[in-house]
Design a protein around this ligand. Structure first.
Ligand code: AP5
Length: 242
């Protein structure tokens, strides 16, 4: 697993407030670098929809805009990261969400991904952490205007990126849906949880010299450009066969 990771772009962690564009930008990275997007929010929503034991535990917590307990999230993330498509890199969207999760992730990567990587190459295998910074009022508009396709996952916005036909996905014509936690009172709770619990994650990575910030107030393409530049400058120099 370690060798494959060192050949790809390595792990990419997207940090940012609710509505900052993590999901939107993750999809651009997937398209360009062909590594999977691992969105803990999407996985949890899927569990809720299927009424699995995890989904039943997470449902009310998510509806309140709070964070799901760490232990539940760890098992879910570990299971996903062990799948073969993560070997050449992956994008974490929505994880880690507090400093404890960040510490857990470092330990997990150390034991399961970097075991056989020599110390000289290790720095290149560490995640690049990209924080998308967006103004508070802009976040509110993005979240209240968000619509998503329940089939292909494409994300739209009534104000900034509306579908061609109202309420219909441009790609597969499915009826677009509003996320359960995009109601104004829940949005405020999510933004509060971000301020108190997730902001310190950026400080955690900044102390380790791994944080890059991008201006997320700009149009989608311009944010993507900044992210690609950051990834390229961190990109692993490959020596082995591709
Ligand atoms: P999660 O699904 O991770 O939600 P979030 O962090 O609140 O982020 P969002 O998905 O709302 O926003 P985004 O940054 O992806 O923005 P998007 O690209 O959609 O988490 C949901 C819940 O799950 C949590 O509250 C918690 O309960 C639980 N959970 C998840 N992970 C957890 C964890 N690790 N631990 C514990 N609990 C966890 O964009 C938003 C809108 O803006 C869209 O309409 C988009 O079209 C538009 N937009 C995007 N970029 C731009 C731009 N540049 N210009 C204009 N519009 C834009």
């Amino acid at each position: 697993m370690a060798e494959a990771t060192s050949r790809g772009i390595g792990p990419v962690i997207l940090l940012g407030a609710p509505g900052s564009g993590k999901g939107t930008q993750a999809k651009q990275i997937v398209e360009r670098y062909h590594i999977p997007q691992i969105s803990t929010g999407d996985i949890l929503r899927n569990e809720v929809q299927r009424q699995t034991p995890l989904g039943l535990l997470a449902k009310d917590v998510m509806a309140r805009g709070e964070l799901v307990p760490d232990d539940l999230v760890y098992d879910m993330v570990a299971e996903r990261l062990r799948q073969g498509d993560c070997e050449s890199g992956f994008i974490l969207d929505g994880f880690p969400r507090n400093p404890a999760q960040a510490g857990w992730l470092d330990a997990f990567l150390e034991h399961e991904f970097f075991e056989n990587v020599d110390s000289a190459s290790r720095g290149k295998c560490l995640p690049i952490v990209i924080r998308i910074d967006v103004d508070y009022n802009q976040l509110l508009r993005r979240l209240t205007g968000r619509r998503s396709c329940p089939v292909c996952g494409r994300i739209y916005n009534l104000y900034f990126h509306p579908p061609r036909v109202a309420d219909q996905c441009d790609v597969d014509g499915s009826k677009l849906v509003i996320r359960n936690d995009d109601r104004e009172e829940v949005i405020r709770e999510r933004l509060t949880a971000y301020e108190s619990q997730t902001k310190p994650v950026a400080e955690y990575y900044e102390r380790k010299g791994r944080l890059v910030s991008v201006n997320g107030d700009l149009p989608v393409d311009q944010v993507t450009e900044q992210i690609f530049r950051a990834i390229e400058s961190h990109r692993v120099v490959t020596t082995g066969p591709q």
